[in-house]
Ligand binder design. Structure first.
Ligand code: 5AD
Ligand code: SF4
Length: 435
């Protein structure tokens, strides 16, 4: 196999993977490779994979199959991300791949690609003590809404979850490294930063917590908006709740997964919070920032979940009224405690529960959007719409908004929200402030 000249990175799964995918692209570009254009066949395809549920994992193997070209040849294939970490050399046995690289080792991607070009399958799933971040090239050009990983890994060991195994222990990047990257992202065109971590609100460095980091980043003039995701209820400190009141640039949106409404199920999940302790946190957050939009994650059909326990999830959802949410059928993951629990739920039962839960969540999401009609608000313009003259962007509450405008990508535009659907709103432009 010859050395690749063009590459494509395809990311699946969470926003941390999107961030890692961008950084791998920058790394390959720094080696003199070029990103293949839309529709152009790349010499190297990096599949940046997700292992969180079985379906996501299976996708890797079907994607590898799809890379075969009509003449029978195929590009160099690198499997990165959490499937690479979890399955390691097994991937090379199951499919034709050239590189397998874990989420903590991808700074070595160019060396692995060079090794693969010389004809050896190259594998690196180490979790080195030294962070990969120092070995990555500087940020140059980014979209107006950019991700910034500040923390990785998880020590919580929820019994259904592979993250503590694939991403490893909780590690916070140092304050100064994050602050420097935030400034570099601002110089590279970012106006909104989303701070990322599997447990982002567990971020800590020398006595500083996430709220200190948010306050510091808010001092960067070009950064107009700050978000963070994803959080654990137990790390929702009073300091963090207070910045929702005190820092204007922190957007009124909180993704705080609860997973289930039954205390027995939460205990079996090893969540170490109850439904009522979760609701008390949300009360405090709403007191600090009354217009906050709430979002969450849910799992239905966890082993042993009864009909009555599932009803408790619906009850909690009714009480919170999420602006947006993600809900999943429980998927047994190899190596996790829940996978070995008795009383796995029949798929048909889990399907039915998921449908009921999603119908309720969708109704609340639509209601939240409809309640926004008439609001005057700022929208960060992220891209062009499908129709000529139409632009698309996000409201502070993370709603997609489309409107007619001559604004540029990266502008922040004042709009009035005039109509709403389940997934987006239409607005009319009021005044425009230049970027
Ligand atoms: N099955 C189904 N959903 C899961 N999640 C994590 N592990 C599993 C699993 N084994 C969901 C949780 C988590 C989100 C990222 O994915 O809701 O918050
Ligand atoms: Fe997984 Fe629980 Fe850690 Fe979230 S907190 S990453 S669900 S183990």
């Amino acid at each position: 196999m010859t050395s690749p000249r063009t590459f494509k990175v395809q990311s699946f799964g969470c926003q941390m993977n999107v961030y890692d995918g961008e950084r791998m692209g920058e790394l390959l570009a720094a080696e003199g490779m070029r990103a293949a254009g839309d529709g152009e066949a790349a010499d190297l395809v990096v599949l940046n994979t997700c292992h969180i549920r079985e379906k996501a994992t299976e996708k890797v193997y079907s994607e590898i199959g799809r890379l075969k070209r009509p003449d029978g040849s195929r590009p160099m294939v690198a499997v990165a991300g959490c499937v690479a970490q979890a399955e390691g050399a097994e991937i090379a046995r199951r499919a034709k791949v050239d590189v397998v690289v874990g989420p903590q080792a991808y700074h070595n991607l160019p060396a692995l690609v060079a090794k693969a070009a010389s004809g050896t399958v190259a594998l690196d799933t180490d979790m080195p003590a030294a962070s990969k971040f120092g070995a990555l090239p500087a940020r140059r050009k980014v979209a107006p809404s950019a991700f910034l990983t500040v923390q990785e890994g998880c020590d919580k060991f929820c019994t259904y979850c592979v993250v503590p195994y694939t991403r490893g222990a909780e590690v916070s990047r140092p304050f100064s490294a994050i602050f420097d990257e935030a400034k570099a992202l601002a110089d590279a065109g970012a106006r909104e930063l989303t701070l990322l971590g599997q447990n982002v609100n567990a971020w800590a460095d020398e006595g500083r917590g996430l709220h200190d980091l948010i306050e510091a980043i808010a001092t960067i003039p070009a950064i107009a908006r700050i978000r963070y995701t994803t959080s654990h209820p137990n790390d929702m400190t009073d300091g963090l709740i207070a910045v929702h009141r005190d820092v204007d640039k922190l957007m009124p949106y909180l993704h705080l997964p609860v997973q289930a409404g039954s205390d027995r199920v939460l205990k079996a999940m090893n969540r170490s919070h109850t439904a009522s302790s979760y609701l008390r946190i949300l009360e405090k957050v709403r007191a600090a920032r009354p217009d906050i939009a709430l979002s969450g994650d849910f799992i239905v059909g966890f082993p042993g979940e009864t009909d009555a326990e599932f009803e408790e999830t619906l009850k909690l959802v009714d009480e919170v009224r999420y602006a947006q949410a993600f809900s999943f059928k429980y998927s047994p993951r190899p190596g996790t405690p829940a996978a070995d629990m008795a009383e796995q739920i029949a798929p048909a039962v889990a399907d039915e529960r998921l449908q009921r839960l999603q119908a309720l969540l969708n109704a609340h999401q639509t209601a939240f959007n409809c309640a926004s009609i008439g609001r005057r608000t700022e929208v960060l313009v992220e891209r062009q719409g499908r129709k000529p003259g139409q632009m698309l962007g996000k409201s502070p509450w993370l709603q997609s908004v489309h409107f007619e405008s001559a604004a540029k990508i990266g502008d922040i535009v004042e709009v009035e929200l005039v109509s709403a659907g389940p997934n987006s709103l239409a607005g009319t432009e009021l005044v425009r402030s230049a970027a």
